[in-house]
Design a protein around this ligand. Structure first.
Ligand code: TXA
Ligand code: MG
Length: 347
């Protein structure tokens, strides 16, 4: 199919509003539109149309047992699609619109293709103005996974989306993704219990103000053989660059010594403070700047972008520092261990 593009939709102009109206029309009549959110780009279709949901899986090449998130324009709409409770209301007031997805028992109106036959459904209210305007224009909730081909890192720029989905969707809207990794997903287990299924821009510490938070085992570790998965997406090898990635556990000095001993063409994801020193090493690695080590929002914002760029640099392998697991770093850690297929080198 021929894909239409709007690289910079401008909601302050008549033309921009016309383009969004057109994108909404495409969704309403069963087509697919890629749109920016504050986390990553989404590949959207009408969430109440089983056939449109089916198209999303095939455009991405996604296994049909991995359910989709329903995007809504107003948290109050959640109760149309799932059984909400008081805790949902408190989370919605604190974090919505924003990068938080909640999993609750699904209502029958939600097609089984969207939930992949699970009794629950994931709901999120994005804060990105283009995402919001699109949902309003469509007049229906939008089912949207990340807009990557299954298995590659989620796209965070117009160019990366285009590389994956050109010719596979009706329209692509561009924009900025402020956070750079997908939303935090929690399952609401009662009035005071949350299970963190996927870390993101809302941290467990922030959620802990509202309920007891337990971490799904797949957040920090590889699932054990035969272990039951709480969020189907967790079982797939994810976010993986084609070039093998290894995470280095050790301090800055140990990393430097290790990198100075490598041979061949290799890449390094490095914090800004280390970039110049690593570039000057005799082993001449290709260096990618992760941003400030003391501000995890920066490496989080750049990670998926850099993994895709590093893949194009023709390296035999890539090294990156293993992040911590506090606060926002947990999301970085979770994505990096998956991208590295759990290969950690202790220095
Ligand atoms: O930030 C985001 O959440 C982005 C943007 C586009 O909104 N979307 C996104 O969708 O990351 P996706 O499909 O790539 O990831 C959704 C995750 C999957 O791992 C899926 O298994 C999980 O949500 N999920 C969806 N419904 C679920 C459910 N009912 N129970 C447990 N996990 C669920
Ligand atoms: Mg995804």
């Amino acid at each position: 199919m021929k894909t239409e593009y709007v690289e910079r939709p401008d909601l302050s102009t008549e033309e921009g509003l016309r383009e969004i109206a057109r994108a909404g029309e495409i969704i309403r009549r069963g087509g697919l539109v890629v749109f920016p959110t504050e986390t990553v780009f989404g590949l959207g279709g009408n969430a109440l149309d089983a056939e449109a949901a089916g198209k999303i899986y095939s455009a991405k090449g996604r296994p049909s047992d991995n359910p989709l998130i329903i995007h809504i324009a107003d948290p109050a709409d959640a109760s149309k699609y799932c059984e909400t409770n008081e805790l949902f209301g408190r989370l919605a007031r604190a974090f919505m619109p924003g990068p938080l997805t909640v999993v609750l028992p699904a209502k029958p109106i939600v097609p089984k293709t969207v939930t992949a036959n699970l009794p629950t459904v994931a709901v999120r209210c994005p804060s990105h103005p283009v995402a919001h305007a699109l949902i309003v224009a469509a007049g229906v909730p939008i089912a949207a996974p990340s807009a990557n081909l299954s298995g590659s890192p989620s796209p965070t720029t117009f160019r990366h989306v285009r590389e994956d989905l050109d010719g596979r969707v009706d329209m692509i809207l561009g924009g900025e993704c402020e956070i750079g990794v997908e939303s935090t997903i929690v399952r609401i287990d009662g009035q005071n219990e949350l299970t963190l299924l996927r870390p993101g821009g809302i941290t467990p510490e922030q959620l802990g103000e509202f309920a007891r938070v337990s971490l799904s085992p797949a957040v920090l570790d590889k699932l054990k053989e035969g272990e039951r998965v709480q969020s189907p997406g967790m079982k797939y090898k994810h976010y993986a660059p084609k070039t093998p990635l290894y995470l280095l556990r050790g301090d800055g000095e140990e990393r430097m010594r290790f990198l100075a001993e490598q041979t061949g063409k290799f890449g390094v994801l490095a914090y800004t403070g280390d970039v110049d020193v690593i570039r000057a090493l005799d082993t001449a690695p290709v260096v990618f700047d992760l941003g400030d080590e003391n501000d995890p929002a920066q490496p989080l914002h750049r990670l998926f972008y850099l993994l895709r760029e590093a893949d194009k640099a023709g390296c035999e392998r890539i090294y990156a520092p293993l992040p911590g697991t506090d606060g926002l770093s947990l999301a970085l850690y979770n994505r990096m261990i998956r991208a590295a297929a759990y290969q950690i080198i202790s220095l």
